[in-house]
Ligand binder design. Structure first.
Ligand code: KIV
Length: 268
């Protein structure tokens, strides 16, 4: 399993970091078998697994429940777990308490927080011994304010994002996710920071990439964001398999000889 200290080393050696989201035992098991460097139990599970229209409804209990399953499925992979909306916004002591709870209960290797309003929480969590991942650019918990669109498109906003990224590093984060920002800006931030940047919709000039499992494998998705490249089509494979099963049942072709128990008949 990778350690937190490996991230800076990989950045220095130019080895790109692979990350994918995982939300349950099978997705974690597959990702570990595929050799991903790190998994993110993203609060995107609110949309991909629970069917909400945003991440805002996701709770601490949801994150703990799913992260524990991911840990069981990927015992030997570095796991980052998202702090959900509302769990670090009201008061700082409760926020740090929630970071510690999520870390302790799930067996996570690091905890991720979105935005720039949580610098003190990052400092206190790192001081308490919890590796922290930052998340800047498009921060899905704030889409009610920002909308789901590219961020930092103007010169001023880009300059501000560079300062924000430096502040997240200075607060003690071990890496930072950059979501939906112009690629040249992501490249600038990447060369400015000594911690790795993990891009999603941030171009190729970053230190690693993360994609949402259900997007990249087309699993329950209707349409994909511009920055997603599909690597498999579980939607089609799943529907084909289910149709074939239903047809076989209707036609009494399932169960067949091979899938039926038989009683041994003993001669009297
Ligand atoms: O929740 C999530 O899946 C994320 C990724 C978009 C980085 O935060």
């Amino acid at each position: 399993m990778k350690a937190t200290s490996d991230w800076k080393r990989m950045k220095m050696e130019g080895e790109r970091i692979t990350m994918v989201t995982a939300y349950d035992y099978p997705s974690a098991k597959q990702s570990e078998a595929a050799g991903l460097d790190t998994l993110l139990v993203g609060d995107s599970l609110g949309m991909t697994v629970l069917g909400y229209d945003s991440t805002v409804q996701v709770t601490m209990d949801d994150m703990i429940h799913h992260a524990k399953a991911v840990r069981r499925g990927a015992p030997d992979t570095y796991i980052v777990v998202d702090m959900p909306f509302g769990s670090y916004h009201a008061n700082e002591d409760d926020a740090v308490g929630n970071v510690l709870e999520l870390y302790q209960q799930t067996g996570a290797n690091a905890i991720k927080l979105e935005g720039i309003g949580c610098l003190d929480i990052i400092r206190r969590s790192v001081a308490a011994g919890v590796p922290i991942v930052g998340h800047l650019g498009l921060t899905p918990q704030s889409v009610g304010v920002t909308g789901f669109r590219m961020q930092a498109g103007t010169h001023d906003a880009a300059m501000q994002l560079i300062e924000d990224a430096k502040a997240v590093e200075a607060a003690g984060a071990c890496m930072v996710v950059l979501e939906a920002i112009p690629s040249d800006l992501a490249g600038k931030i990447t060369s400015t920071l000594s911690i790795p940047t993990i891009g999603i919709g941030a171009g190729v000039d970053v230190d690693g990439q993360v994609l949402v499992y259900h997007d990249m494998l087309q699993y329950g998705t209707d349409r994909l964001p511009k920055f997603v490249k599909p690597y498999a089509d579980f939607n089609t494979a799943g529907v084909e398999g289910l149709k074939a099963y239903a047809e076989a049942v209707k036609a009494a072709r399932f169960p067949d000889e091979d899938t039926t128990y038989k009683r041994k008949v003993f001669e009297e």
